[in-house]
Design a protein around this ligand. Structure first.
Ligand code: GDX
Ligand code: MG
Length: 387
């Protein structure tokens, strides 16, 4: 096999400098990596620190290390998507064979991630996605939004079965990168929806996906209350909903490396601060919000109004499926009241699941989450609910 030269792109914005510099070092030290490109949102202190460290890393590893600012490429809010797409376009204009993306804030990142994804790429896969052991209350946008929407909209494709469709750690072959970089659905998605757009478009184009298991897990900057991910929730929902009506390639190849046993310290971790999250629930509703709520089935409408008292159990997987159906048909992009409704519904769903399911232990919670996705696929395909 001829020598492979890969480009590693690290999008970043305001991170712990030591963590980012360590990760750049790991990437630049890997024998397959020919260049590391750090793409910052703006010139701020993290940017300056990486820029200062770059020449030393380049010298000690004999690998080019560059720091650049992201370009304005997309049509949505300028965010991580513009960062990743700046890297994607840079790669297409370079001579490198493969492209890797890694988040900047991962404290468990090392060269073994690159080795693993490179080996899968050697077998000919177009996209290699890292996936990780996670606690049962982590990944709440993935489990409650992206995978259910993929199950409802694209049940006859591999999309609902992709374990972590939002993960930002992935490898693209040159041909996959070229195909994705000339697709407006990817280039336009400048916000947090970029991960959804990359996953969806890869399947839609019939490219192959391999999911590589990273046993040490992705340990990274944690959220406090769920409010920290409100924007991410809205943008990930809108991105997935935006693909409704497309019929993606049904036979895109998809393989998953089997997972290993989840380490106890990951399985038992609570994914967010519950008390802080309950405090985000509305206790009064404007006329417009009440009007929006009345579009949902009656048990959801009445349950939502009483949720502040702590009764969230009404939002089980069946009601959540119905809530998503209303959101798919009626949600209006860019409307603040609809955004707040989505946020409120999601918080209540996450709280209900955490209290009624996650407390039954890790294995049971994961079985339940997988079966719920299967149930949405089953219902979309057969028109019947699972007994
Ligand atoms: N260039 C650039 N521009 N980088 C950004 C920006 C931006 O506007 N915003 C964030 N980043 C970087 C950030 O520094 C980090 O390296 C990476 O993007 C991810 O951001 P982080 O705040 O760590 O996001 P989080 O919550 O860890 O989400 C990641 O995982 C989610 C998931 O796996 O579920 C991120 O890759 C999400 O896109 C993904 O949905
Ligand atoms: Mg992170």
């Amino acid at each position: 096999m001829t020598a492979v030269s890969s480009l590693v792109v690290i999008p970043f914005w305001s991170e712990d400098t030591d963590v980012v510099v360590r990760n750049v070092n790991h990437a630049a030290s890997h024998p397959r990596v020919g260049e590391v490109l750090c793409v910052g949102r703006e010139v701020e202190s993290t940017y300056a620190a990486i820029e200062e460290a770059a020449p030393g890393i380049a010298q000690s590893t004999d690998t080019a290390v560059k720091v650049i600012q992201q370009e304005r490429i997309g049509t949505k809010r300028p965010g991580k998507g513009d960062g990743m797409n700046t890297g994607l376009l840079y790669f297409v204009g370079s001579d490198h064979h493969r492209l890797h993306f890694y988040d900047a804030d991962i404290t468990t990142f090392d060269g073994s991630w690159i080795t693993k994804t490179e080996r899968a790429a050697d077998l000919g896969h177009d996209m290699v996605r890292c996936y990780f052991p996670r606690s049962s209350t982590d990944g709440m946008i993935t489990w409650m939004i992206t995978r259910p929407l993929f199950a409802k909209l694209f049940w006859d494709t591999p999309l609902p079965r992709i374990d972590q469709p939002l993960g930002g750690e992935l490898l693209l072959s040159r041909s996959a990168a070229e195909a994705l970089s000339s697709d407006r659905r990817v280039l336009d998605q400048s916000d947090w929806g970029i991960d959804t757009a990359l996953t969806f478009t890869t399947v839609d184009l019939g490219l192959s996906i391999y999911e590589a298991y990273i046993p040490q897990g992705k340990v990274h900057k944690l959220y406090g209350a769920l409010t920290d991910i409100r924007t991410m929730l809205i943008e990930c929902f809108e991105a997935a909903k935006g693909f409704a009506g497309t019929r993606p390639h049904p036979d895109s190849p998809h393989q998953v490396e089997p997972p290993e046993r989840v380490p106890a310290e990951i399985a038992d971790k609570v994914g967010y601060d519950k008390a802080g999250t309950v405090a985000l629930l509305l206790d009064s509703w404007s006329d417009r919000q009440s009007d929006i709520l009345s579009r949902f089935p009656t048990p959801i409408e009445s349950g939502m109004k009483g949720a502040r008292n702590g009764d969230v159990s009404f939002m089980d997987e069946k009601r959540w499926g119905l809530a998503l159906d209303t959101l798919l048909s009626d949600y209006q992009t860019g409307d603040r009241d609809w955004e707040e409704m989505l946020f409120q519904l999601w918080i209540i769903r996450v709280l209900a699941y955490s209290q009624d399911v996650a407390t039954q232990g890790y294995d049971e919670a994961m079985r339940y989450l997988r079966e719920t996705i299967f149930g949405y696929v089953y219902e979309s395909k057969t028109g019947h609910t699972l007994d």
